[in-house]
Design a protein around this ligand. Structure first.
Ligand code: HEM
Length: 414
């Protein structure tokens, strides 16, 4: 008989590869959590943590240092992945203290609340401009025409790169995200990611070295110049962390806007509630983050033999903290499957927790708030079309391929 902690094949998270499960993964998460909030998934070869309290322990205490080094990949005969491992090993997302603390401090000194606040007016202008283009047509693909473009343009601006480069930055970011969010083997994808990685590394290296004087007052220049206690980032560290910020800043924000709007359209009373009472926007965004978590899970390594949820996880074991499942745990959230835009006690895990808590959360919240307000205020009779929503084949970064909606066409002055 299988050990009690081993998931039944019907409960393995590999079922997320099935489009029907991907369309609504929450019943699977519930079944897994009810079977065991901490369980070994023999098909993914990792521990899967779906309970809120247990996921919190993983995020607080387990190691984020989970990227094999280029040397290790070479020993496995996978030397071609070396450049990818080399970049990831320098990204704060995959470092533990003290290296993580040092890196994050330097990056935080460049990514100040003032810099985020300065973007507000710019974000409002882009949101309005994207909606203006769609107004006379009476239809918009909220993902392709809005939710992808807004964070891409904002990211170019944040980094201090020319606005016209946002299409290229988005394409590189999408390739990287496809690899980050998935756990299935995808040799073709690796080749594409390596090409994108090479191109974006050369792009940022040349921006730092040759075009430095032309760089706007953005994050790239600030990271190059950042200094804390006399320490600076190396050029490779700047590039690696610009890449993680660029990918983190685009994919998830796109998904928050796209998934959030779909959720509202599927709950028309809640959509009207948010449109007519904009002062609930802050709690509404937290609820949309909880209800349709854009970054569904993250990986960690168990440091020492640890008893969690009644199971003993051995030192060195890979662990998947499923934030999207924890965010629907009834032991933590009353009526977790109910969308409550004024939910008061809502400390969800959508931005992670503790040392690696999302670096860009204030910016993401600001972009989402401006996006929902602009869409709901300017397109008051938004409606879904007959096309059923299609989810991207990304198991970790949950988002839609497209979200076509219609509304009454309005003249440009509307
Ligand atoms: C809705 C939007 C967003 C969501 C849901 C999200 C989610 C997350 C999560 C869950 C983590 C922690 C991962 C872990 O612990 O393994 C994280 C970390 C991070 N995020 Fe975000 N993120 C969003 C937006 C952004 C934005 C706008 C930026 C930057 C402009 C950003 C940059 C980062 C970075 C650099 C980290 C790594 C922090 C560290 O390791 O210390 N994210 N994000």
């Amino acid at each position: 008989m299988a050990s009690p902690a081993t998931l039944d094949p019907s409960l393995s998270l590999y079922h997320l590869l099935d489009q029907k499960v991907l369309a609504d993964p929450y019943p699977l998460y519930r079944a897994v959590r009810e079977a065991a909030p901490v369980a070994w998934d023999p098909y993914l070869s990792c521990w899967v943590v779906t309970g809120y309290d247990e996921a919190l322990v993983v995020l607080k205490e387990f190691s984020a240092d989970r990227t094999p080094t280029p040397e290790f990949m070479a020993r496995l005969g996978l030397g071609e992945i070396g450049p990818l491992a080399d970049v990831m090993c320098r990204q704060m997302l995959f470092l533990d203290a003290p290296a993580h603390t040092h890196m994050r401090k330097l990056c935080a000194s460049a990514f100040t609340p003032r810099r985020v606040e300065r973007l507000r007016r710019h974000i409002e202008e882009i949101a309005d401009e994207l909606i203006d283009t769609a107004l006379p047509q009476g239809r918009i693909d909220v993902v392709g025409d809005f939710a992808e473009r807004l964070p891409a343009i904002v990211t170019a601006h944040l980094l201090g790169m020319p606005r016209e480069d946002h299409v290229q930055l988005k394409a590189w970011s999408a390739d990287f995200a496809q690899m980050l969010g998935n756990f299935q083997h995808n040799p073709g994808g690796v080749v594409r990611v390596l090409k994108s990685l090479d191109e974006m590394t050369r792009y940022f290296r040349s921006a730092i070295r040759e075009d430095r004087r032309r760089l706007d007052d953005g994050l790239v220049r600030s990271l190059v110049e950042a200094e804390v206690d006399g320490a600076r980032l190396t050029e490779d560290e700047v590039i690696a962390n610009v890449i993680v910020t660029m990918v983190g800043g685009q994919e998830t924000t796109t998904n928050l806007i796209g998934n959030g709007l779909l959720t509202l359209l599927l709950h028309p009373d809640r959509l009207i509630e948010l449109r007519d009472t904009p002062e609930i926007a802050d709690t509404a965004i937290e609820e949309l983050l909880r209800y349709e978590t854009p970054s569904q899970h993250t990986g960690r390594i168990c440091r020492t033999d640890t008893v969690l949820g009644g199971q003993t996880i051995p030192a060195g074991a890979p662990v998947l903290a499923v934030m999207a499942a924890a965010n629907r745990d009834p032991a933590r959230f009353a009526n977790p499957d109910r969308l409550d835009l004024t939910r008061a006690d809502n400390r969800h895990l959508a931005f992670g927790w503790a040392a690696h808590f999302c670096f860009g959360a204030p910016l993401a919240r600001m972009e989402a708030r401006i996006a929902f307000q602009a869409l709901l205020r300017r397109l008051p009779d938004l409606a879904l079309t007959d096309h059923p929503p299609v989810w991207r084949d990304n198991l970790g970064l949950r988002g839609l391929t497209a979200l076509p909606v219609t509304f009454t066409p309005i003249g440009r002055a509307g």
